[in-house]
Design a protein around this ligand. Sequence first.
Ligand code: PLP
Length: 389
Amino acid sequence: MNMLNQKARQLKQGAIRAMFDRAAGMEGVISLGIGEPDMPTPALICQAGMEALERGETHYTPNAGTVELRRAIAEKSYLAPLGYDPAGEIIVTCGGMGALSLLFLVLLEEGDEVLIQDPQWLNHAAQVRYCGGVPVRVPTRAAAGFSMEREAVERLVTARTKAILINSPNNPTGAVMSKEALKEIAAVARRRDLLVISDEVYSTLLYGQASHISIASLPGMRERTVVINSFSKAYAMTGWRVGYAAGPAEIIDRMVKCQENFSACVNAPGQHAAAAALDHPELATGLRDIFARRREALLSELARIPGICCAPPAGAFYAFADISAFGMSSETFCRQLLEQERVVCIPGSAFGQCGEGYIRIGYAAGEDRLREAVRRMARFCESRDNQSR
Ligand code: PLP
């Protein structure tokens, strides 16, 4: 007897998890596949969480999140200039993923299309599918910095298109959309009356001259954008599961009702910890600086490997390296790299067809391990070169 519904039967393990499963049980593996900061949550934030527990803050909170945290997001986060109303335009969710899933649940009718760039982190498309929607992949080009281009988007808009999802800084490419690129997407959204879902969970992780611009800040966009963010990446708080969405009141209101029915709220001490984090933006800057050093180390080591070509990523903690010179699929490259040298990277093809020929290298590992992993990678590439000669 199969009790599962059709949707559940079709659920598959993502390609990132599959790489980890392959590595499980192997000795001496260095993982550059991980999508989370490896450092502990800053002590000050943990302290705020512990104090909340000691005060007895162990109960349900309002479904939209504590008033304190919603107010902090409205007044102290980078969204403050947009003047979101904490009483109706912000919801605190179980990480960015919780915000995205609630949004797709309240947004999508069967068959509604959501434009998502290719390559892109896997969960967006998986969630859209599970909520009855159709993810439509928008091809991007390395030459355009893997940013969505207006013509490519416009070509794919149909009568069923409901939203465009953007993610800058991007997972897996590390690309940051320029103001010009954002303006183009905004123009399409306004002209075709589409919602924009802007996943900004890496907004604090920027390098060099890059700066974060939320598409919601562009003219006429606040009312048609839902911004998704989270404390996971900015403050090394992945396990606390605190994120949020900010957007039009009628959408947020339905997300709150949905959260009421499914999970009630985010854990109370975590919300107190997150509110404390917003009082200390220097903690996010400190983490960013650590990643900036690792990024430098990674890029300079990679530059020494003949055949690997890697444009410097402007944000997040991923490099998207071109390995097409080795004449094998990104899946084969990553599998052999793991078997031969015990290093985990994620095949670009896992993120969509346009990711083929690339691998995602995460630099959320410590600098020593990072250097050792790249040394192993260099040895692997040399052995491939020798074989093909
Ligand atoms: N969005 C992107 C692009 C991500 O890469 C991730 C996590 O890897 C998330 C959202 C969700 O993060 P969380 O649910 O931990 O906030």
